[in-house]
Design a protein around this ligand. Structure first.
Ligand code: MG
Length: 153
């Protein structure tokens, strides 16, 4: 078994979509980035790459590469999952914590879990997505962050 950990943050700005775990969430601000800036999926990819000691998503999908401009991070995750399978591993379980002051993510959590479960071809009971705030004390508010932990087996 291998364990991996990932972390990512993107800045909230006007004029961008807010996409987390492949779910478009209605909000007045969205996340800024070269791709769709799905911080939660980025944390998941870094956790998987970390478990396999294959570097990070910046190495795999450089942000100066035009191929990844506006990229759907769920498609990038599929590439990471292919790499994981090539190495002979599959997902044991995944635990994601999204850190956001706003908007309320509870109505979208199950869809996020479903998207990740489908991507990894595992049952939804192996995918946890949680949301928390930082009580106005941290980065959240200016941006949205995400932590992810995985076990590969
Ligand atoms: Mg990122």
């Amino acid at each position: 078994m291998k364990i991996g950990f990932g972390y990512d943050v993107h800045r909230l700005v006007p004029g961008r979509k807010l996409i987390l775990c492949g779910v478009e969430i209605p909000y007045e601000l969205g996340l800024l980035g070269h791709s769709d800036a799905d911080a939660a999926v980025h944390a998941v990819m870094d956790a998987v790459l970390g478990a396999l000691a294959l570097g990070d998503i910046g190495k795999l999908f450089p942000d100066n590469d035009e191929r990844y401009r506006g990229a759907d991070s769920m498609n990038l995750l599929s590439e990471v999952i292919s790499l994981m399978k090539e190495k002979g591993f599959s997902l044991g379980n995944l635990d994601v914590t999204v850190v956001a002051e706003k908007p309320k993510l509870a109505p979208f959590i199950d869809k996020m879990r479903e998207n990740l479960a489908n991507a990894f071809s595992v049952g939804i009971e192996n995918i946890s997505v949680k949301a928390t705030t930082e009580e106005g004390l941290g980065l959240a508010g200016k941006g949205i962050g995400a932590y992810a932990a995985v076990i590969l087996a």
